[in-house]
Design a protein around this ligand. Structure first.
Ligand code: GLN
Length: 488
């Protein structure tokens, strides 16, 4: 029999509900795995063992007295360190929030508690979710469980590495420009960026508010679907959350026949050869099952990196102004210092290099002399991207691409060149600019045994259909990935 830690999310759920395992047994198995292996992966910023076990024991009591909260009661879930849990530190992997203990729960957290999930805080990330490799954390660099000399992707690198290392069956991440999908892809698992507005952002520390979404990262498709159904829905505390009907967790069976799949015309030159090869094989497979493949002109989307980085940095420069040593965060002050020095010293000491770079960039593009040339132009281009996607979805049901142009790169390989790092997001950022849902699914390993991932993008609020589509070709053998047993 497989040990608990090697079970998929759905098997954990089934065995918990059949009474084969208690929540405490499941959590203890994961805790042991984490204690034995996290020194190599560094997925957790802190590990709140007592907090976890108390929740598990409470869940078992509820099941015993026939008052379980849901079929999810007792399932462990990891939490990225930018989602507020009352009474627990939330640092966003930044020094400026080193001692911040959240006084309230994010809506996503309230919803997980209401269904009985057992929360495993606090997973590492790039500082304030700015990055593609988790190397921008002020505390530690998380490693890819498939090869610990490589990065797990970012910014939700801790959330993805924890699932890939079998520390947990599922976790929450946040995605502003790819931060759920790209690490899920580089770690060989599933990651969903929901439609903008599908999940409340209340209690998610803001990076770029018009792009941010919380979503699940899981070792199976059902995990993503279940957790989305729990998180989704209107929240009066987030005016951008949508009234759209909450999606159902059941994944409907569909046939691939006659589905219309869009792919990028003339693309692939910048993708790893093996990423391109796997993508092509998948397309051939889909065709063999009767799907219709249509080539789409993606020229406009090739500008999504500069558009994204202007909008995201402009919003971040505004969102991060609250961390000034007075309202929030670390305070650096000398008895004689003026107020302005207090701001300068606190922010200089509290923020890391990449966060400072982005605040400067954003402040620049919002400044009066440059607003029209950069920010306002980027907003117009964003609308064109949204329109372009609307046109695509008149022609096709889904768009299929690799999630990342490369597999996981080496720690340190791109840290000296921010532009190279930004380019890691070439296939993910346009989806956030348009507000669309997209899912990254595992797509086998390359010859270095590193995971490849594919991204399925659909129209707004089409998550249920995306899951059904992904499920329809999940058995294509070239896509399957075995998570690593041992970590070295
Ligand atoms: N890598 C992108 C960035 O650094 C996306 C990050 C994210 O989605 N949070 O902005």
């Amino acid at each position: 029999m497989k040990s608990i830690i090697h079970l998929k999310y759905n098997e954990i759920k089934t065995r918990l509900n059949s009474g084969e395992f208690t929540s405490e047994e499941i959590c203890q198995a994961y805790i042991k795995r984490i204690e034995e292996n996290d020194s190599k992966v560094l997925a957790f910023l802190s590990f709140e063992k007592e907090f976890i076990l108390n929740q598990a024991k409470e869940s078992d009591k509820r099941r015993k007295s026939n008052s379980k909260l849901s079929e999810f009661d007792g399932i462990p879930i990891g939490i990225k360190d930018n989602i507020c849990i009352q009474g627990i530190k939330t640092t966003c992997a930044s020094k400026i929030l080193e001692n911040f203990i959240s006084p309230y729960n994010a809506t996503a957290i309230e919803k997980l508690y209401a269904k009985g999930f057992v929360l495993f805080p606090r997973l590492n990330m790039d500082e304030f979710a700015m990055g593609s490799s988790t190397e921008n954390s002020a505390y530690q660099i998380t490693k890819n469980p498939f090869d610990t000399s490589r990065i797990p992707g970012g910014s939700s690198g801790g959330s993805a590495a924890a699932v890939a290392a079998s520390f947990l069956p599922i976790s929450l991440g946040s995605d502003t420009g790819g931060s759920i999908r790209q690490p899920a892809s580089l770690c060989g698992i599933y990651g969903l960026k929901p439609t903008y507005g599908r999940v409340s952002r209340y209690g998610l520390v803001a990076y770029a508010s018009s792009l941010d979404q919380i979503g699940p990262i899981s070792n199976d498709l059902q995990g993503c679907s279940d957790v989305l159904s729990v998180l989704a829905g209107k929240d009066l505390r987030d005016s951008t959350s949508s009234k759209e009907e909450v999606c159902k967790p059941e994944i409907k069976k569909i046939s691939l026949k006659d589905l219309k799949i869009g792919i990028m015309k003339d693309e692939g030159a910048t993708w790893d050869v093996e990423v391109k090869a796997r993508f092509d094989e998948t397309i051939l497979f889909l065709k063999s099952q009767g799907a219709v493949i249509k080539e789409l002109d993606f020229e406009l989307l090739s500008s999504s990196i500069p558009i994204y980085y202007i909008i995201a940095t402009a919003e971040c420069s505004s969102n991060l102004s609250r961390f000034d040593g007075i309202k929030f965060g670390l305070r650096e002050s000398h008895p004689k210092s003026k107020l302005e020095d207090l701001y300068i010293d606190s922010r200089s000491k509290g923020f890391g290099k990449e966060v400072k770079r982005r605040i400067l960039l954003g402040t620049f593009s919002l400044s009066s002399g440059y607003y029209d040339a950069y920010y306002s132009k980027a907003q117009k281009a964003r609308i064109l991207i949204q329109k372009k996607y609307n046109e695509y979805f008149k022609e096709v049901d889904f768009i299929l691409q690799p999630t990342s142009p490369t597999t996981a790169f080496k720690v340190g390989e791109k840290t000296q060149d921010p532009i190279q790092m930004y380019k890691a997001d070439i296939l993910t950022t346009s989806v956030n600019l348009a507000g669309l849902p997209a899912l990254s699914i595992p797509a086998g390993l390359d010859k270095n045994s590193l995971p490849i991932g594919l991204q399925i993008t659909g129209p707004n609020f089409s998550e249920e259909k995306i899951f059904s589509f992904a499920n329809a070709f999940i058995d294509f053998e070239k896509l399957s990935i075995q998570l690593p047993e041992g970590i070295s």
